[in-house]
Structures are given as structure tokens and as C-alpha cells.
Design a protein around this ligand. Structure first.
Ligand code: PMP
Length: 458
């Protein structure tokens, strides 16, 4: 029997990323409040939020300073925009702060409201840039299978997941995908991480040459793939990829929407993995998820071209009502102030060894093929057979079952395609809470193993 709220949910909400058919029977988990790393449902049951919401609530759930920053800005200037050269101090100050933090050459910051919009803007800027330079054919964008970049028409085209393409008439023409850099699944027997990286870079080069370098504008990559399964690239991957991109003047776009602001124990994920992008997209943890804000860095060469183009065309024809929203900007400023003051990024780095040791230990579990991660992000891959890495029939929904068992144990984690389970807690998680998280996850895996046996799954 669904509760009153759950029934109303089923009657009225079209849920993003939900099995709509199953949802009619199971109904929602309705959350009511949060405190630190915990969230509470309408029955008062506590859960460790092991996904930081959707990879975003780095400062946890009850940060009064962020609430106060929003309240104060709402009382002062609740709305302001940046169109036609208008401005306001929270957007200016945030752009200055972000420029200082950016790990790559940055002339300007462009704001929007989500990761999808940031990546959509990246595509438009890459196209606009090449038109301005008189290279109208240099427009193709290369993403990676299992990469995730959002859901707008262009960002979903860059995403490399079936659910975002099948029956959506996507990807658009001109969007290509190269291999997922996943050593566990993609490497040949005995192939070192470095050799595998070199092979992936050679494959990328072959793709660019096949398409014609004069037709390829940009390559987009998350430092660590999130929605694709918390996949950490093999050693030397970005160095090898970057050498290829540089040869053919293909822009590298870093999608830092998950990795940005401390997730890997560095301010940006690329810094932990030798990634040197031309531009970087951010969202999520820039406000600790408390209000929507996304954006991207604009490098000096691109900015010069945009200004020159404006001399010819007049208006720079891009931007949204909420680009640089003052309340979102004020909350982001406070978030970054707290990250700096409370040494949140350094804290994530110092807790990473404990987190990664507990995660790695799960690789010994009977149904876990691989446990992988870096910083405070991790992924598990459930397999039917460890030696052959064979997986269960996707229809059995083993990862979803594991996540449901975790929920029963008071832990929220996330199932991903390919029987993967992601873990990505708030960065403020305390060492004893990391232990509690992994104790609960271990019990969920035990229950999943017992359920698999009871079902007679092969
Ligand atoms: N890029 C990455 C790496 C993401 O993880 C996400 C969201 N999970 C997005 C882009 C899209 O962001 P949004 O959902 O805010 O549009």
C-alpha cells in the first residue's frame, strides 16, 4: 500500500531517470529533511546519503551558512541578469573567484543553470569559434561510450549511454563516440594501463583521421566517468589523448560537473589525472547542490575570437534568463568560501585512503568483479563470474536490487547501467560515517548474494 504522498506522486509526477512502469507499483522514496550526511524519509527513517544527492551536496544537508547566503541575497537583489551588459556584484565576484581557481588558462566565466546547459554551450562555442575562424567544416564532436554530459539535444548527443539515445533520435549527426577507458573491461589480457592508454589514443587518432581532422572540432571527457560507472581512466590516458588532440587542433573540453570542487581530493578532477583542457564545464558542487548553477571557463584565444566576431555581428547571441543568477551566485560564493576556510578539498584528500581501502576490500566479495575509485568517489561492478567477468542478465536488475537492499540498511547509493553501483558521499563525511557507509554496503551485497542464490540466477 502506497502512502498518501506516494499515491499523489504516482498520480502527478513524471520522474526523470526512472523506470516509469515499475514506479507505478513501487512508488517513490519521499525524503523530508536532511542533516549532515543523513537524509530522513517521511517516516523519520535516516539514511546515509551515499550519493551526495546526485553527486552534488558536498557540504551535506544542513548548512545554515548557505541558507543564510540565499536568504540575504533574496532580500537584497533576488533577480538580476547579465544581458545587454547589465551586471550585479554576486556574479562579478563569483566570476573573479572562479577565474582564480581555474586550473587552465581562463579569460572569462560563462554562467548557466545546469551541467547540461554548460555542455550544450561548449558545443555551440566550438561551432561558433570554427565558423569565426573560417573553418565551417570543423564541427564534429567526439565523446566516449558511457560518458555522461547531460540531456539537452547536444549534451545528450555527446553522452554515450543507450538510454539517452534509443528512441530519442540521438545522437545528432556529427557526434561520435570512442571507447570507454575502462581497463577492467577494455584491456587485452596482460595489457598494462599505459599500453592500454596508448592503444586508446591510437584509436582516437584513427577516428580523427578517418573523419578528416578538418571536420573535428572538439573532444569531451569527464576526468572520472560518473554515470557510466565511476570509471577511473588508466594511467597515462589523458597525456596520450592530449597529444593526439593537439596534433589536429581539436579542443579538449573537461566535463568537471561531478569531479569539480574537490571530489578527487583536488579542486578539479583534471588536476589529479594530468588533464589539461581548453575549457572546463562545472555545476553541482559549485553550490553544493543547494541551488542550480552551472558554467564554463572561456580561454583567452576563444574570448578574443568572440570579441572579434561581435565587431562583425553585433550581439553575442547566447545566454539564458538565469545566466549568473544572483541568488545562485551568492550561494556559490559562500560554498567556495567554506571549501577554502574549512579546507574541504584537503579533507577529501586526507579521507580518501580510508574510503578507497574500504572500497577496494569489497573486490573480495563473491559478487563483485571490480571495486574502483579515486578520492571520495567509487564504483562497484557486480558480476556472475569473477574469472570471466560475465554479468547477470540485465533484466534481473541485480544492481537495482543491491541498491534497494542498501536502502533497507539505511544507505542511499545509485545503480548504474551494467550492474554498477556508485558511491559518492558528501565531502564532509566523517571517518566513522565512511565506516558505517561501507558496513551497510557490505550487508547490502551479502543480501544481494543471498537473493541471487534464492532466485537461482546464473
Ligand atoms: N556532466 C556530468 C559529468 C554529469 O554527471 C551531469 C549530471 N549528472 C551532467 C553533465 C548534467 O548535469 P545536469 O543534470 O545539471 O544537467
Amino acid at each position: 500500500m502506497l502512502s498518501n504522498l506516494a499515491t499523489r506522486d504516482v498520480e502527478t509526477l513524471l520522474h526523470p531517470y526512472t523506470n516509469l512502469s515499475a514506479h507505478r507499483g513501487t512508488g517513490p522514496l519521499v525524503l523530508e529533511r536532511g542533516d549532515g550526511v543523513h537524509v530522513y524519509d517521511t517516516e523519520g527513517r535516516p539514511y546515509i546519503e551515499g550519493m551526495a544527492g546526485l553527486w552534488c551536496t558536498a557540504l551535506g544537508y544542513s548548512n545554515a551558512e548557505l541558507a543564510e547566503a540565499a536568504r540575504a541575497q533574496m532580500g537584497r537583489l533576488p533577480f538580476g541578469h547579465l544581458f545587454s551588459g547589465r551586471s550585479h556584484d554576486p556574479a562579478i565576484e563569483l566570476a573573479e573567484t572562479l577565474k582564480e581557481l581555474m586550473p587552465i588558462p581562463t579569460s572569462k566565466i560563462f554562467f548557466c543553470s545546469s551541467g547540461s546547459e554548460a555542455n550544450d554551450t561548449q558545443v555551440k562555442l566550438a561551432w561558433y569559434y570554427n565558423n569565426a575562424l573560417g573553418r565551417p567544416n570543423k564541427k564534429k564532436i567526439i565523446g566516449r561510450l558511457k560518458g555522461y554530459h547531460g540531456v539537452t539535444v547536444a549534451s545528450a548527443s555527446m553522452t554515450g549511454l543507450t538510454a539517452n539515445h534509443a528512441d530519442w533520435d540521438l545522437p545528432l549527426p556529427g557526434f561520435l563516440h570512442v571507447a570507454t577507458p575502462h581497463h577492467y573491461r577494455g584491456a587485452e589480457p596482460g595489457e598494462s594501463e599505459e599500453a592500454y592508454s596508448a592503444r586508446l589514443a591510437a584509436d582516437l587518432e584513427e577516428t580523427i583521421l578517418r573523419e578528416g581532422p578538418e571536420t573535428v572540432a572538439a573532444f569531451i571527457a569527464e576526468p572520472v566517468m560518473g554515470a557510466g560507472g565511476a570509471i577511473v581512466p588508466p594511467r597515462g590516458y589523458f597525456e596520450a589523448i592530449q597529444a593526439v588532440l593537439a596534433r589536429y587542433e581539436v579542443r579538449l573540453i573537461a566535463d568537471e560537473v561531478i569531479c569539480g570542487f574537490g571530489r578527487l581530493g583536488t579542486w578539479f578532477g583534471g588536476q589529479a589525472l594530468g588533464m589539461r583542457a581548453d575549457s572546463l564545464s562545472f555545476a553541482k558542487a559549485v553550490t553544493s547542490g543547494y541551488v542550480p548553477l552551472g558554467g564554463l571557463s572561456v580561454d583567452p584565444a576563444l574570448y578574443d575570437v568572440l570579441v572579434a566576431q561581435s565587431e562583425k555581428l553585433g550581439t553575442f547571441g547566447h545566454g539564458t534568463t538565469y545566466s549568473g543568477h544572483p541568488v545562485a551566485s551568492a550561494v556559490a560564493l559562500k560554498t567556495i568560501e567554506i571549501y577554502r576556510r574549512d579546507r574541504i578539498v584537503e579533507g577529501a584528500a586526507s579521507k580518501a585512503p580510508q574510503f578507497q581501502a574500504r572500497l577496494a576490500a569489497l573486490a573480495d566479495h563473491a559478487i563483485v568483479g571490480e571495486a574502483r575509485g579515486i578520492g571520495l568517489i567509487g564504483g562497484l561492478e557486480i558480476v556472475a563470474d569473477k574469472a570471466s567477468k560475465r554479468q547477470y542478465d540485465p533484466k534481473a536488475g541485480v544492481a537495482a536490487r543491491c541498491v534497494a537492499f542498501a536502502q533497507g540498511e539505511g544507505l542511499i547509493v545509485r545503480p548504474l547501467a551494467g550492474d554498477r553501483v556508485a558511491v559518492c558521499p558528501p565531502l564532509i563525511i566523517a571517518p566513522d560515517e565512511i565506516d558505517a557507509l561501507f558496513d551497510r554496503l557490505t550487508r547490502a551485497l551479502d543480501r544481494t548474494r543471498d537473493w541471487i542464490r534464492a532466485q537461482g540466477l546464473e
